[in-house]
Design a protein around this ligand. Structure first.
Ligand code: SF4
Ligand code: SF4
Length: 382
């Protein structure tokens, strides 16, 4: 296993981290449940520790609030001291200052530990950032750190670069966690976020390196463009390992086979920063362009169709549907749809009023396509 510096903390962490949001589950469609298969999860987590992985990422909300306790039980009895645990508290759970502390205490209990290595504000969003500042959440976290309950303070982020930069510059964060992969260099926080976090000495943890696993299974026209020296999954990881600023790459591994394969990739002596040649980068650019050409609904995300009187997030729905088609895999978009519809309404709420279609410059048949997208995206069980 390769290890990397963790920003200015002086720690070293494994370059591969285990993300505990995709633990093995027992899906029961009839009951509408998908609880974690604890025995399989324990086996996975313990194998990871015993084979050099030292970084474990979880959150209060993962797996219907059970992920922390599964990780805690798996590490109990000698493995906890060998690893760094990162967990997160979302602003939506910070109803009062007391609640912030209670949530931390609950995380400590679930994780069966006296301290958390990295405590993050989970998924800061543009609309919640002002309230987070007003509510002095960071000061509260600093108190936890001075009491020895947490060791480092960070945030995770899924939005666009300008808000990321504002958050990054607001405070001397120990770490930040963003989505990046070779498809997202100009999307989400963008490649520029990597550069800026590095300049500040802020440890950088990457999530979704394989876009929910979809980059590991390219459709045939994309597959044909890869340099056959390595598998697509290895190229995707190498793209990120190439950045010296990246401390740890989280992968949500579900099976022992995936874990073993990834440990092998992250143990190659040449999988270090600067490992991508100019030819390698050009090859990945061709792969990216091919993926992007596989778009089913020509929605540009301009939002001229919004707002919808029924609260349907039209561009988000089309983006998720296109993503599923682009990668030939709908698991990740379906999960995204579940989260999106907690803020906006499902596509099935469309009342066919036609207001949006009149405003769409692309002439998209929105009503018809929303129905198609909803059928493909509905039904994710968390
Ligand atoms: S047609 Fe459907 S999606 Fe479009 S504005 Fe009306 S209700 Fe919303
Ligand atoms: S107006 Fe058309 S192109 Fe623009 S976001 Fe809406 S559906 Fe997409």
């Amino acid at each position: 296993m390769l290890y990397r510096n963790y920003g200015k903390t002086g720690w070293q962490v494994s370059a591969l981290g285990l993300g505990c949001m995709r633990l093995p589950r027992d899906v029961n469609e009839e009951k509408g449940e998908a609880p974690v298969n604890r025995e399989k999860a324990f086996e996975l987590i313990r194998y990871a520790v015993d084979n050099g992985i030292t970084y474990f990422d979880t959150a209060l909300g993962y797996h219907s609030r059970t992920s922390e306790s599964v990780l805690g039980e798996a590490l109990d009895g000698g493995r906890r001291e060998k690893v760094q645990i990162a967990t997160k508290q979302p602003f939506s759970e910070m109803k009062t200052q007391d609640a912030i502390r209670r949530n931390l205490e609950s995380a400590l209990k679930n994780l069966r530990t006296g301290y958390i290595d990295v405590y993050l504000i989970h998924n800061i969003q543009k609309h919640s950032w002002e309230d987070i500042k007003k509510r002095n959440v960071i000061e509260e976290f600093e108190r936890f750190r001075s009491e020895g309950l947490i060791r480092a303070i960070g945030f995770s982020y899924h939005g666009q670069y300008p808000t990321f930069k504002e958050i990054l510059d607001f405070y001397d964060w120990d770490m930040c966690q963003i989505q990046q992969n070779f498809m997202d260099t100009e999307r989400e926080a963008t490649e520029e976020a990597i550069v800026q976090a590095g300049k500040k000495g802020c440890a950088l943890v990457i999530m979704e390196p394989l876009r929910g696993g979809s980059l590991a299974r390219p459709p045939d026209p994309v597959k044909a463009l890869y340099d056959a020296r390595m598998q697509p999954v290895e190229w995707a990881f190498r793209h990120l390992l190439n950045y010296p600023q990246v401390s740890c790459i989280l992968s949500g591994m579900t099976t022992l086979d995936q874990l073993k394969r990834n440990i092998e990739i992250f143990s190659q002596p040449d999988a270090v920063s600067g490992c991508m040649s100019e030819e390698d980068k050009k090859m990945l650019a061709r792969v990216k362009a091919k993926y992007e050409s596989i778009v089913t609904i020509p929605c540009t995300g301009c939002e001229y169709c919004m707002p919808c009187p029924q609260g349907v997030g039209i561009p988000e729905v089309f983006s998720l549907y296109n993503e599923g088609n682009m990668f030939g895999a709908f698991d990740q978009p379906r999960r995204g749809y579940m989260w999106t519809t907690r803020l906006r309404h499902e596509a099935s709420r469309c009342a066919a009023c036609g207001a949006c279609e009149k405003k769409c410059p692309q002439g998209i048949e929105i009503i018809k396509n929303l129905k198609i997208a909803h059928e493909a995206l509905k039904g994710w069980l968390e």
